[in-house]
Design a binder for this molecule. Structure first.
Ligand SMILES: Nc1ncnc2c1ncn2[C@@H]1O[C@H](COP(=O)(O)OP(=O)(O)OP(=O)(O)O)[C@@H](O)[C@H]1O
Ligand SMILES: [Mg+2]
Length: 224
C-alpha cells in the first residue's frame, strides 16, 4: 500500500504581469499526506484557485517545486499525473455539456487508455460513482439538462474515476443547498477516510472547512 506524502509543494510563488505586475503567492510550502483532507480558505481574490491550479499541475508557478510522493514533478510526468493520479472538481466545471453523464465519466477512463465497454471495470466503476453521488436516474442525460447542483455532483463522480490518489476541488459546494452541500462534503470526506485518498478543497463553507484534518488560510500571499 502507498504511504507518505502524496503532494509536497516547496517555495511556490506566482506573479501575474498583465495588466500590471502582481505577486499573488509568496513562497508557499505545503505537505499533504495520503488520506489527509486539507481545506484552503481565504478572501475572494486571495489566490486560492490559482494555488489549486498550480498544485494540480494545470498552471506553472513562477518559482517553486512540486513532488508526487518522492518524485519531483517534471513536464514529462504531468499528463500521467493529471489523468491517473489526480481528480479535479472545478468552479467553472470540466464536463462536456453535450455528452451524457456516463459518457463524461467514461471519457476520463478512455484518456487513461482503459477499456470502457459495458461490463469493463471502468464501466462498473462509473456506475458505482454515479450511484454514490445519487444520480443513477440521470445516467443517460446530456450534462446540459442537469441542474447546477447535479452538475456539481457529476463533477465529483468524474473526479473519482481512475482511482486518483488526490482530489483537488474548487468550491465544490458553492452552488448547492444545505442538504446537497452536506452530501457532497460527505462523499469527498469519505473518499479520504474509506478509500485512503487525499483531498485539497478550496471552500468558503465553514461547515466543510471545520470537518477536514487540516485547515489553512491564504491571505496576503501566505498560507498559514
Ligand atoms: N491570468 C491572470 N492574469 C492576471 N491576474 C490574474 C490571472 N488569474 C488570476 N488573476 C488575479 O489573481 C488574483 C487571485 O485570483 P484567484 O482566482 O486565484 O482568487 P480566489 O482566491 O480563487 O478568489 P475567489 O474566492 O473569488 O474564487 C485575483 O486578483 C485575479 O484577478
Ligand atoms: Mg476561486
Amino acid at each position: 500500500m502507498k504511504s507518505g506524502y502524496v503532494l509536497i509543494a516547496k517555495g511556490i510563488s506566482k506573479e501575474f504581469y498583465h495588466p500590471e505586475k502582481i505577486l499573488i503567492l509568496k513562497e508557499i510550502s505545503l505537505e499533504v499526506k495520503l488520506g489527509e483532507s486539507v481545506a484552503i480558505i481565504g478572501p475572494s481574490g486571495s489566490g486560492k484557485s490559482t494555488l489549486l491550479q498550480i498544485l494540480g499541475t494545470l498552471e506553472s508557478p513562477t518559482t517553486g517545486t512540486l513532488y508526487f510522493y518522492e518524485d519531483q514533478i517534471v513536464p514529462k510526468m504531468v499528463a500521467s499525473i493529471r489523468n491517473k493520479h489526480y481528480g479535479f472538481v472545478f468552479q467553472a466545471g470540466n464536463l462536456l455539456e453535450e455528452y451524457s453523464l456516463i459518457e463524461n465519466l467514461l471519457l476520463k477512463a478512455k484518456i487513461a487508455r482503459r477499456p470502457t465497454f459495458k461490463g469493463a471495470e471502468a464501466f462498473e466503476e462509473a456506475l458505482s460513482f454515479i450511484d454514490q453521488v445519487g444520480l443513477t436516474h440521470r445516467i443517460n442525460f446530456p450534462l446540459k439538462y442537469l441542474s447546477g447542483g447535479e452538475k456539481q455532483r457529476a463533477a465529483i463522480a468524474r473526479a473519482l474515476m481512475n482511482n486518483p490518489d488526490l482530489i483537488l476541488a474548487d468550491e465544490p459546494t458553492g452552488n448547492l443547498d444545505k442538504a446537497s452541500a452536506e452530501h457532497v462534503q460527505e462523499i469527498l470526506l469519505n473518499c479520504c477516510k474509506k478509500l485512503n485518498k487525499s483531498l485539497i478543497v478550496v471552500t468558503h463553507d465553514n461547515n466543510f472547512s471545520n470537518l477536514v484534518d487540516t485547515k489553512l488560510q491564504l491571505e496576503s500571499g501566505l498560507l498559514k
